[in-house]
Write a protein that binds this ligand. Structure first.
Ligand code: SAH
Length: 243
């Protein structure tokens, strides 16, 4: 696959033959990290749908300019892709989960502050969300998705469950039903994953009383990041485009 570059939603339409100066981050990536040459192929995507085949037209110390060849309306979204409702966990594991969730097709990511989550100071929360959005973009560049899944602002678990727990599955070690069985009958629209210390019994109760179904992933206790990845892969294999 040709290198793929997100060019931001400031660009709404490219015409065939148009020349486009890459933004600085992308220009450095193409010229310095990838050492691409004039005439090399790349793909640009804006997040508004499909991708643009392009070739490198001009490189100098300041600028990297590409020529847009044509629009390809291809999408690589999965079917029944769920929203990942991820309790805040250690920073580097949170980054890992965001990256893997995008690769596995998650439609959106909602970071939640669960009762046992590691807290994030209010003044840092906006920066963390912006950081996760950058990770989501990089993952889309890598995996071929042309739609950037939304990473929403951090909400408390209760805010999420009161408004949106219906049609969700909450991962709970003590659940009677497996995520696989649930997905085969009614694929959940969202999957909620607990923090390192697990969800509290109150949280599970609150979500299920609002329509969520509690599901397990087998007998072993997975780490939170493993549980998120395993759940998304299970859903993709049973109801998504990995079927
Ligand atoms: N120390 C906690 C375990 C937390 S594991 C305890 O003993 O309860 C972190 C999160 O991953 C859990 O809250 C749950 O959402 C999910 N998880 C891990 N393994 C799971 C499994 N086998 N089934 C369902 N959920 C699991």
């Amino acid at each position: 696959m040709a290198p793929r570059i997100f060019v931001g939603d400031d660009v709404t339409a490219f015409a065939a033959g148009a020349e486009y100066r890459l933004p600085p981050r992308a220009a450095r990536h193409v010229a310095q990290a990838l050492r691409m040459r004039i005439g090399d192929a790349l793909a640009l995507f804006t997040g508004a749908g499909g991708e643009y085949a392009a070739t490198l037209a001009h490189i100098d110390r300041r600028d990297v300019v590409v020529r847009v060849e044509r629009h390809d309306p291809i999408e690589r979204e999965s079917t029944h892709a769920p929203t990942l409702v991820q309790s805040l966990i250690a920073a580097e594991m949170m980054d890992l989960v965001v990256r893997k969730a995008v690769e596995l097709g998650a439609a959106a990511i909602v970071p939640v502050q669960a009762a046992r989550s590691q807290g994030i100071a209010a003044d840092r929360a906006g920066r963390r969300v912006a950081h996760w959005r950058q990770i989501a973009i990089a993952a889309c560049e890598q995996c071929g998705r042309n739609r950037i899944p939304d990473v929403s602002p951090i909400v408390t678990f209760d805010e999420w469950s009161d408004a949106r727990a219906g049609a969700a599955a909450i991962l709970d070690l003590d659940a009677k039903r497996s995520l696989a069985a649930q997905t085969a009958s009614a694929p959940p629209r969202a999957i909620a994953v607990g923090p390192e210390g697990g969800f509290t019994a109150d949280e599970v109760q609150r979500a299920t009383s609002r329509g969520a179904v509690a599901v397990h992933l087998g007998r072993r206790v997975l780490r939170a990041e493993t549980a998120a990845i395993a759940a998304l892969a299970t859903l993709d294999a049973i109801a998504g485009d990995a079927k």
